[in-house]
Design a protein around this ligand. Structure first.
Ligand code: ADP
Ligand code: MG
Length: 339
């Protein structure tokens, strides 16, 4: 029998990988914003039109890329963030898998403009379905702008599967808020269809929360702080009387990365026991810092699920930290379950 196995061309391999990384417009937003953070930007602008179905653009003032790097950034497994397998145990950047730009460019039309501090001219690249259509030197400011157009134009099933604009926009805002909360020192701006949604200058975390969620949060937050030998927790919890019926405003960050964890959420919910009803959910933005070797963030391409070396201890420390914050604030139970 003849041999029948062959390597797939890059464009197809990228398109397959894109299925995991790029689920919807919000996935693109997440990847681009995180790249801008990794590039040490102090100002990031997100521009979307039609909930990202027509345009998702991120403009930053970060360190930019050289001409060669600009082209390389679209290759699969191409990254400036890790080199050795050892580096996987000490990740301090948002990215490291080197597959976001390759994946996005496989299922959209991408216009990249980027310039480093030291160069007079920057680089413009137009790439569509993994194919470079145009590349030239160009005048621009230091930093990077990436515009993603016609998302999923070559994956009709994905394009048709997209939800209504309000639903897709909600996902985009969720991603924006997560990055904005993780990086309060960075000035962050969001416009949709030329309308300004957020304009948050860089500053303190408490100010960022107020910018994102409203002025009344000022008086509704309690600071939370706990430090053990290997785990540091900071951030804010909402006062029990302001708990809501929806879960939207609950955020965990581990080494500045937003993560989803039903288990750790349960720890916070448990600390509020007796102070809120079972169907109410308190606001929280809690920041955990620990040695990166104690966690594995490489569980899923989107990196929002992570594995802790000792999840039960983390649970216990969070619960006691939140309890203590609630206690020091002297809250009296606002609900009486016995009457
Ligand atoms: P990763 O972030 O995992 O390294 P990406 O595909 O997201 O992979 O990006 C590839 C590379 O392109 C990055 O490692 C980085 O060097 C470069 N890059 C991407 N976006 C930016 C940006 N906004 N500013 C500077 N460099 C960037
Ligand atoms: Mg990245």
């Amino acid at each position: 029998m003849q041999d029948i196995i062959h390597l797939l061309p890059d464009a197809i391999a990228n398109q397959i990988a894109a299925g995991e990384v790029v689920q919807r417009p919000a996935s693109v937003v997440k990847e681009l914003l995180e790249n801008s953070i990794d590039a040490e930007s102090s100002k990031i602008q997100l521009i979307v039109s039609d909930a990202g179905k027509n345009l998702i653009q991120v403009v930053d003032d970060g360190k930019g890329m050289s001409e060669t790097d600009a082209r390389m950034s679209f290759e699969r497994h191409a990254t400036s963030k890790i080199r050795t397998s050892q580096d996987l145990f000490n990740i301090r950047t948002m990215g490291f898998r080197g597959e976001a730009l390759a994946s996005i460019a496989a299922v959209a039309r991408v216009e990249l403009k980027t310039k480093t501090e030291s160069k007079e001219l920057g680089t413009s690249i137009l790439i569509e379905a993994s194919e470079v259509k145009h590349q030239s030197p160009d005048t621009m400011n230091k930093g990077t702008s990436i515009a993603v157009k016609n998302l999923f134009f070559n994956v009709p099933a994905r394009r048709n599967f997209l939800k209504s604009n309000p639903v897709e926009m909600r996902h985009i805002i969720d991603e924006f808020q997560r990055v904005a909360l993780a990086n309060p020192q960075v000035s962050m701006h969001l416009t949709q269809n030329d309308k300004e949604i957020y304009n948050a200058p860089g500053g303190k975390l408490s100010q960022r929360i107020v910018h994102l969620f409203g002025k009344n949060y000022q008086s509704q937050m309690i600071a939370c702080h706990e430090e053990t030998e290997w785990l540091k927790i900071t951030g804010y919890i909402g006062k029990p009387e302001h708990a809501k019926k929806t879960r939207g405003e609950q955020f965990f960050f581990v080494n500045n990365r937003f993560i989803k964890s039903g288990y750790l959420n349960h720890a916070v919910q448990g600390a509020f026991e007796g102070l809120i009803k079972d169907d109410q959910h308190p606001f929280y933005a809690l920041y955990l810092e620990m040695d990166p070797a104690r966690i594995d963030i490489n569980v899923h391409p989107t990196k929002t699920e992570i594995k802790f070396e000792d999840e039960r201890s983390v649970y216990g420390i969070i619960k006691s930290a939140v309890k203590q914050a609630l206690g020091t604030h002297n809250v009296t139970p606002s609900l009486d379950f016995h009457t």
